[in-house]
Design a protein around this ligand. Structure first.
Ligand code: HEM
Length: 289
């Protein structure tokens, strides 16, 4: 009873509300950043030159006389995002079920209610947990290699550096987590809510699903293009993209076509020759004599 009186006399702490606000703010910035990030990475779909232009622009190459760029600019950008990412994740951990028993109760209640927004919250918990590991690996690599972004270096990292499984998991998680997060923010703070709450919720959900499909498609296509470039570039892994390197690749591809055609023609000629040659005569059956 004493403890109850002490508790009720205590001034209500504003901390939980502040932490919630901070989580929403960092989530909003990260969610919008991921959309821009996906569009920038997606430039690889338009070719190596397009991605190279984006990478060089991010390195502020237009400010240098040599066109070399300043990887330190990327370093500070990654440092900022990494700080927001860790802050957001630590704030999110507060809401995780911390024991198997809590998890079991949560799952039972979810099954009982079958409420779609609660199910979305659960997807966010699971994808957030996976992203804590996969996202940290990606960000650490970017932080320690800020000058290694380019069509060949990125593709080599994905294939020769075996990063593609991690990127695939991260891509699925980030697209689900990001769009669900932005949808939940809109619901929580009442953004874009019209007069009819039910209708607004349905519209927002439709937009969320479309955004997930759109960014997931860009991500998968980009990853596929990186995989193709990385496989072709395996023998020269580590080489930077330059006009010279692109020209060498172009010439090699052109040379490879006539060589292929020549081999094919030779094989066809051989087949024709074999078809026209008289069949070997059967040896005489000596047993019949
Ligand atoms: C400023 C911070 C960031 C930079 C500079 C950056 C840069 C890049 C680059 C250059 C790639 C292409 C592959 C490579 O070079 O390794 C990439 C791919 C990717 N990044 Fe980031 N990234 C950042 C933050 C993040 C964050 C916070 C996440 C999510 C937690 C993320 C998720 C991904 C995913 C899923 C891919 C694969 C996309 C695909 O291939 O379709 N990135 N990132």
């Amino acid at each position: 009873m004493d403890s109850y009186i002490i508790e009720s006399n205590k001034k209500k702490s504003r901390m939980p509300a502040r932490l919630d606000f901070l989580q929403s703010g960092t989530g909003l910035i990260l969610g919008l950043f991921m959309w821009v990030h996906m569009l920038l990475v997606g430039s690889i779909i338009f070719g190596k030159a397009a991605f190279n232009f984006v990478a060089k622009t991010m390195e502020l190459a237009f400010l240098s006389d040599t066109g070399q760029g300043f990887p330190i600019a990327v370093f500070f950008a990654v440092l900022t995002i990494f700080t927001l990412f860790i802050t957001h994740a630590l704030l999110g951990v507060r809401k995780f079920p911390i024991s198997w028993k809590q998890h079991r109760i949560l799952r039972d209640q979810m099954q009982m209610m079958n409420h779609s927004d609660t199910n979305l919250w659960y997807i966010q918990v699971v994808t957030g947990f996976l992203m804590f590991f996969a996202g940290s690996v990606h960000l650490y690599i970017m932080l320690t290699n800020p000058g290694s972004i380019g069509p060949y270096m990125s593709a080599d990292r994905i294939i020769s550096g075996n990063m593609w499984p991690l990127y695939l998991i991260l891509l699925i998680c980030v697209e689900l987590h990001g769009t669900i997060g932005l949808y939940r923010l809109c619901m929580k703070w009442g953004w874009f809510s019209g007069k009819d709450a039910k209708k607004s919720r349905q519209t927002l959900k439709k937009m969320k699903n479309r955004a997930t499909i759109f960014f997931m498609t860009i991500g998968i296509l980009a990853l596929l293009v990186f995989v193709v470039i990385g496989i072709k570039h395996r023998d020269r892994a580590g080489e930077r993209y330059s006009k010279h390197a692109a020209a060498v690749e172009h010439v090699q591809a052109k040379e490879a076509i006539p060589a292929k055609e020549e081999i094919q023609a030779l094989e066809e000629g051989q087949e024709k020759k074999e078809a026209h040659e008289p069949k070997e005569t059967q040896p005489a059956d000596v047993t019949k004599q």
